[in-house]
Write a protein that binds this ligand. Structure first.
Ligand SMILES: O=C(CO)[C@H](O)[C@H](O)COP(=O)(O)O
Length: 237
């Protein structure tokens, strides 16, 4: 698989998503995290009226994207009603449910997403599931947790039917677990193919110590997929 092809797919999806959805009247815009949303920020930075709206970040990387593209930075505390938000996804099912959190930003991403009138997903073709979640993205559902609850939550997740539960590690960049922008830990819990994402989200969310899950259900307005052939596919409810 060519890296150039994937990169071009991300860029095409992001540019088209902005061009087709960004309302002239938008005053508050949510900016997601990850490698695809880089192109959303780039495209917004090219708009003539770019000083006419404020951008709400979903984490450290997102904040840098806003600044680097000459956009105005705001916060969710100042602006809790967002006109439109753009974000990436790790997997999108045919009902527009998502797995997110591959980049460890899921809590702030969900906060911005649910505060937005329109939530537009941008992704490359590898993220599109032919049916349910858990088919294309097999690393598990990312779950942000309060650090000292990880052992208990790990057991609880196995009780809920997880096949594999991993406390995400920093790898060669950090000895020990990944620490999120909110100073929490992240668990990746593999449930295989997810028949009912709303039910699974609810079960996990009820565990003491869980801050948020990477299952985004009933939030997405549209998803744009950059395809291998250079086209962009759109999935709408
Ligand atoms: O949820 C996310 C970060 O927490 C990202 O949006 C998701 O991982 C997709 O990233 P990319 O655009 O790099 O594929």
């Amino acid at each position: 698989m060519s890296t150039d092809l994937v990169e071009q797919a991300k860029k095409s999806a992001a540019y088209k998503a902005v061009d087709e959805n960004f309302p002239e009247s938008a005053k508050v815009v949510g900016i997601g995290s990850g490698s695809t949303v880089i192109y959303v920020a780039e495209r917004l930075g090219q708009l003539r009226n770019k000083s006419g709206f404020v951008c709400i970040p979903t984490g450290f990387q997102s904040k840098q994207l806003i600044i680097d593209n000459g956009l105005s930075l705001g916060s969710i505390e100042q602006y809790s009603n967002i006109d439109i938000a753009f974000d990436g996804a790790d997997e999108v099912d045919t009902d527009l449910n998502l797995i997110k959190g591959g980049g460890a930003c899921l809590f702030q991403e969900k906060l911005v997403a649910i505060a937005s009138k329109q939530f537009i997903v941008v992704a490359d073709y590898r993220k599109r599931s032919p049916s349910k979640l858990g088919i294309q993205w097999t690393k598990g559902v990312p779950i942000e947790i309060v650090p000292n609850s990880y052992a208990k939550i790990t057991n609880d997740l196995y009780d809920l039917g997880a096949k594999k539960v991993i406390l995400r590690q920093g790898g060669s960049s950090k000895a020990g677990p990944v620490v999120t922008d909110n100073n929490n830990f992240l668990i990746d819990a593999d449930f295989g193919e997810i028949a009912d994402p709303v039910k699974l989200h609810t079960q996990i969310k009820l565990l003491v110590g869980v801050v948020e899950t990477g299952l985004f259900t009933d939030i997405t307005t549209k998803a744009y997929f950059g395809e291998e052939n250079g086209q962009v596919g759109v999935l709408t409810k």
